[in-house]
Design a binder for this molecule. Sequence first.
Ligand SMILES: [Zn+2]
Length: 114
Amino acid sequence: MTNFQGIVHGKCPKCKIGKIFESKGNLFLLKEPKMHSHCTNCGYRFEKEPGYFIGSLYVSYGLAVAELLTLFIIINPIINSVYWILSIMITVLILLSFFNFRNARTIWIYIFQT
Ligand SMILES: [Zn+2]
């Protein structure tokens, strides 16, 4: 399994078998995604130190910008109203928030794996 496949499937960067998140969370039930502190297969520690995942906010920002830019390119020729475009983009951003949260942390773990 490559690193890209590991990120997409949310697997441990060391063994690529254990999962990083124990639950994906549910936006509609207001249940946030839950992470394992260590890999269930090899014991790799995901959070190296307190505040380790603050840097993943930059990754989350990058993901959100890429998603919204793609969405804007798709809907701009179809919809002429700025207010509708903004409303759709904000709605999509909220709906993708847990997806971005999980993937930003996973990418952050893969960037700084040892
Ligand atoms: Zn592992």
